[in-house]
Design a protein around this ligand. Structure first.
Ligand SMILES: [Fe+2]
Ligand SMILES: [Fe+2]
Length: 295
């Protein structure tokens, strides 16, 4: 096997293995018919709707990524090719779960079943993207400028990806810890397996790129502390992001999970002691007027 030591550290993430094993999340064993046997709370449905939208929106995030120097790196683009495919299926999984649970969402309030043709909720996805519209162009242009100005801008994107994947998989663990719905637990456990691999790739890329460049460390830390916001911010209304963040991380156990994420991210070069996740949680609590640490 050829040595790939000049680029990706294969001891931290085996890209070859990931690419060969990549597949859509397996929904064939999902017990769709049993979903209605257990209640899905309104709060759970709201969080799952948010995550459905964010998972489905991944391809638009990919547009921004591919406009940067990330597109020059064959390892990164190979990963992204499989990553966006897996995220599409996560969105579908949540869409079908909510549909089978009897939840209908704006703008057309359509019925969705586990065995409907793919993709579901086309109207909703168009609606979400149109509402995102101008904000999307602004972030796209900002990304283009950042990439043109800084050679190490890919480090920002890879670290950003690591933060978002870690937040997502930890959020799914928080839903599992709180829910009593056995089919939802089954679904989330399948999705989490993918999210772990996604996080591992971004973390390996971030570590490599941050370790070799002081400029990358400086810009990345600044970007996370000044520009980063929880995944889905801007794609959905701020009130929805705040609700989801507070629901999943606003209680005592959730706050412990946030500290653990900060400790994990703090192991990356240049991110020691950063607390932008805590800041985001506190911001959500302040806007909602709901204190942290209750329950
Ligand atoms: Fe996902
Ligand atoms: Fe992911």
């Amino acid at each position: 096997m050829k040595d790939r030591a000049m680029t990706m550290d294969t001891s931290e993430f085996d890209l070859d293995r990931y690419l060969r094993a990549s597949k859509r999340v397996d929904l064939s064993t999902m017990e769709w018919a049993r979903i209605r046997e257990h209640p899905v709370t309104t709060a759970e449905a709201r969080c799952l709707t948010y995550m459905m939208d964010i998972e489905t929106h991944t391809v638009v995030f990919l547009r921004d990524l591919l406009a940067t120097r990330a597109s020059f790196d064959p390892e990164v683009t190979a990963f992204l090719s499989c990553w966006v495919y897996e995220e599409l299926w996560h969105g579908e999984a949540f869409s079908r779960f909510l549909g089978e649970a009897g939840y209908r969402v704006a703008p057309t309030f359509e019925d969705v079943s586990g065995d409907d043709p793919f993709p579901t909720r086309v109207d909703r996805n168009q609606w979400v993207r149109q509402k995102f519209g101008t904000k999307g162009y602004v972030s796209h242009i900002g990304t283009l400028f950042g990439s043109a100005l800084f050679r190490d801008f890919v480090a920002v994107h890879m670290t950003w990806g690591a933060v978002n994947e870690l937040g997502t998989l930890t959020g799914y663990h928080r839903i599992i810890a709180k829910t009593e719905h056995p089919v939802l637990i089954q679904l989330l456990q399948a999705v989490i397996k993918d999210e772990r691999r996604h996080f591992a790739f971004y973390r390996a890329q971030a570590r490599m790129r941050l370790a070799r460049s002081r400029q990358a460390r400086t810009i990345t830390r600044w970007a996370l502390e000044h520009l980063w916001a929880p995944v889905g911010t801007g794609v959905r209304p701020q009130s929805e992001t705040d609700f989801v963040i507070h629901s999943l991380f606003g209680d005592a156990d959730g706050m412990v999970a946030v500290k653990e994420m900060e400790a994990t991210l703090g192991e990356l070069p240049g991110l020691e002691g950063s607390r932008f996740l805590t800041d985001a949680l506190e911001g959500a609590a302040t806007r909602l007027g709901r204190p942290l640490g209750m329950g």
